[in-house]
Design a protein around this ligand. Sequence first.
Ligand SMILES: *Cc1c(COP(=O)(O)O)cnc(C)c1O
Length: 228
Amino acid sequence: MSTVVENLQNVLAEIEIAKKKRDTKFSDSVTLVAVTKNHPVEVMQTAIDSGAKHIGENRIQEAAEKFIKLNRKVTKHLIGHLQTNKVKQAVQLFDLIQSVDSEHLAAAIDKSSAQIDKVQEILIQVNLAKENSKSGVEIENLQDLIAKVDTLKNLKLRGLMMIAPNYAEVEKCRPLFRQMRQIFDDLKAKRQDFDFLSMGMTHDYKIAVEEGANIVRVGTAIFGARNY
Ligand SMILES: *Cc1c(COP(=O)(O)O)cnc(C)c1O
């Protein structure tokens, strides 16, 4: 278990190095979300005791089972695709839902949030590379989705999320991250409370930070390979 501590420290150190390589116009701090999916609650607890302040899960059922056993304080991120029939649970479980990608889903989250008197913080997931295998709104439809979210009183849009393609040559992700930061900055200039850009996972988080990510979602580099 002590390796989790070491790995977490190592990832935090790598983030600091990447921050130093950024353009000076990026002054944001970077939040590390430790992705604990497919690992038991004990691993989540070890991560929190080792200093993780944010954890990420991608499935509602699994998250619910673990959170009920978790007796630690931590900020909880939903990073996986959300189906409308799980929305009610999701708003009860998560501080930030990073994977909003349709008007239908946004409306459902708003409705369930209203029922428990919550203003749910969300990110919109963008499928910048137009991969068929990935969820996320296509860039052409982003403005329409934002306009819809802005009509919903129990949602607060805090920023954008993106998953880069799993290129063998990781440098290929760089232009996508750069483009995403530009889109984010253009929106941020006109909006309040719009400050999170979530991009970068184990294989590409250093490049993502260099290109302006301020949330990275890292699992494997901290916890090792997942058993499915
Ligand atoms: C699993 C997952 C991660 C973490 O992936 P690693 O490669 O293990 O770091 C990040 N983001 C999302 C959306 C994921 O589903």
